[in-house]
Design a protein around this ligand. Structure first.
Ligand code: ADP
Ligand code: MG
Length: 336
């Protein structure tokens, strides 16, 4: 069973019929009606030592901030704002108190930055390594929530920033390569302490321009496949429009990796992926500029299913390559 099959199996076992439940399993957050005007947004994410972070190069303060970012990212991905958080930590009996204090400092800092109040949690011993899970509760105006399932044929597909940075940064850190180079610093930062596009997500929800949205946690190939499946559509991505930066190309040169592979399959960028009508193009570019983010249109939603990557061949012929679900899977690793 892969990650998707596990979640799908759990979803078949639970009855999600409740008139207050507007969205259960299947989106970035569960959505629950609060009153006629507002909804609650609920999400949880876990980090495990050795899976999500390597303590030999991940500073604890940055890890604490990242725990908050990756969670509030899901709230932003639905157009909401985070309000409250519950923290569960599992610590090995031999844990280093100064490491933990730095982690907690980063966590508190992240909560402050995103306006999220830590209101409870749980503390237990872990037989091996550190793990931590944060539940975040947010809210949104009911008519400004953006789901994964609203993409329509002919929509343009957008990403809020460069792709593949986190995967490249992690590879550089693992190999202890050139980690002091200023040109590569944004890649490392994206793995260690990625910013969550919460304010952006809220503005996109408020704009009314966006039909479907999610955050990029498992990589474009997998996350866009989720969005397409939920919307009952397919996608065509233009390889030449992927935001592949010179820093990514340099990191690929140093490590012998393929920058396109990072951009398509690399997880943990925490940029927003969204779709909108073609005539929203100029409005969206202007909104991105106001937020200081280099929005990039990367393809088009089409009728049907699947995610196709288009590449220009040597003699200007178009090659089509099916890439749906070729991002990160917890049980298959990098399946691209
Ligand atoms: P994200 O990457 O946005 O956090 P996930 O891929 O982790 O989303 O999860 C997709 C959907 O499946 C979400 O609605 C999430 O709440 C749900 N989900 C994931 N794991 C479980 C689980 N073990 N039990 C119930 N729902 C789950
Ligand atoms: Mg998400």
């Amino acid at each position: 069973m892969n990650e998707r099959q596990i979640i799908d199996h759990i979803a078949t076992l639970v009855n999600q019929a409740d008139e207050r439940l507007l969205k259960g399993i299947g989106d970035d957050c569960a959505v629950v009606a609060k009153d006629g005007r507002l909804v609650w947004l609920l999400t949880v994410d876990t980090i495990i030592e050795g899976v999500h972070f390597d303590p030999t190069f991940h500073p604890p303060e940055k890890l604490g901030r990242k725990v908050v970012s990756v969670n509030v990212s899901d709230i932003g991905a639905m157009g909401g704002r985070p309000l409250f958080a519950l923290l569960s930590v599992g610590l090995p009996r031999t844990f280093d108190p100064s490491w933990f204090r730095a982690f907690a400092r980063g966590l508190a800092d992240g909560c402050r930055e995103y306006g999220c109040l830590l209101i409870g949690g749980d503390t237990v011993a872990s037989p091996q390594g550190f793990n931590c899970s944060l539940t975040v509760i947010g809210e949104a105006a009911i008519d400004q929530v953006v789901y994964r399932n609203g993409a329509r044929p002919n929509d343009a597909i957008w990403v809020s920033g460069p792709l593949g940075f986190a995967a490249a940064g992690l590879e550089l850190l693992r190999r202890r390569l050139d980690v002091a180079s200023p040109a590569l610093a944004p890649l490392l930062a994206k793995h260690l302490d990625p910013p969550a596009r919460v304010e952006l997500g809220r503005q996109l929800g408020e704009s009314g321009l966006v039909h479907a949205m999610m955050d990029l946690s498992d990589g474009l190939a997998t996350d866009l496949a989720h969005l397409c499946k939920q919307s009952g559509v397919g996608a065509r991505i233009a390889a030449w429009d992927l935001p592949i930066s010179p820093a990514l190309i340099e990191a690929a040169r140093l490590t012998g990796a393929n920058p396109e592979q990072w951009a398509v399959g690399g997880g943990e960028d925490y940029e927003l992926l969204f779709t909108a009508a073609a005539d929203a193009h100029d409005h969206l570019l202007a909104l991105g500029r106001r937020c200081g983010l280099p929005f990039a249109p990367i393809g088009t939603i089409v009728e049907g299913a699947g995610v196709v990557l288009l590449r220009r061949g040597a003699d200007e012929t178009l090659e089509e390559c099916e890439i749906a679900y070729q991002g990160y899977d917890h049980f298959y690793g990098n399946i691209g």
